[in-house]
Design a protein around this ligand. Structure first.
Ligand SMILES: NC(=O)c1ccc[n+]([C@@H]2O[C@H](COP(=O)([O-])OP(=O)(O)OC[C@H]3O[C@@H](n4cnc5c(N)ncnc54)[C@H](O)[C@@H]3O)[C@@H](O)[C@H]2O)c1
Length: 186
């Protein structure tokens, strides 16, 4: 199987790349290295350096891929406040470009990362049907990307899957410019 992992130089993406390669997949990474680092990428993966919001870069990376894991995003809240246009382009435009590119390339499945959609939930552990929190106190820059995947009518017959990742830590955390060191998360 050939798989594309966007954001494969980042924390979540690089762990997905390692897991796919351990299962025998051929893996392509599409990453602009804006917060991730090339050294995070498994040496057996092919790297395409490019922007997920660029349809040409997506088309090049997704060619021949059966499945796509979309993890490229700017997830730091402060960065999204300081650079809203750049954040929106990567998170919303990027997600749409990946969905369109994957559909055109004939990929059978796209799995996107959601943001931390539950905010400061009152119930722990938080059930998946808990109310969604879109605003303060925890605005999430990648929330619109998950809704893009879920709501766009163009994809209604080809439903992307969306994984709600919650306060994740582990190997590789702290190796990108947007993730805190794991010692802070323990
Ligand atoms: N880490 C967590 O605990 C957590 C929790 C919930 C949701 N998520 C979501 O998972 C996804 C990945 O998070 P992460 O922690 O791995 O972040 P990260 O910053 O470690 O990795 C993101 C990667 O995307 C790349 N990237 C950013 N903009 C790009 C663009 N325009 N084109 C190509 N590549 C680009 C970066 O260079 C980086 O390698 C995000 O959508 C995030 O919201 C993460």
């Amino acid at each position: 199987m050939r798989a594309l992992v966007t954001g494969g130089a980042g924390f979540i993406g690089s762990n997905i790349v390692d897991a796919l390669i351990a299962r025998g997949a051929d893996v392509v990474v599409l990453d602009d290295l804006s917060t991730g680092f090339e050294e995070n990428i498994h040496p057996s993966a092919e790297l395409v350096v490019g922007d997920v919001a660029d349809p040409g870069a997506v088309a090049k990376a997704v060619a021949g891929c059966e499945v796509v894991f979309h993890e490229a995003a700017h997830r730091a809240v402060f960065r999204s406040v300081e650079r809203p246009i750049e954040t929106d382009r990567a998170n919303v435009g990027g997600t749409l470009a990946v969905l369109v590119g994957a559909k055109e390339a004939g990929a059978r499945r796209v799995v996107t990362a959601s943001s931390s959609v539950y905010g400061g939930a009152g119930q722990m552990p938080t059930p998946e049907d808990a109310p969604i929190c879109r605003g303060p106190p925890t605005p999430s820059p990648s929330w619109p990307a998950s809704t893009t995947a879920g709501c766009s009518g163009s994809f209604s017959a080809w439903r992307p899957s969306c994984c709600a990742i919650s306060m994740c830590t582990g190997p590789g955390n702290g190796r990108t410019a947007s993730t805190p060191p794991s010692s802070l998360c323990s």
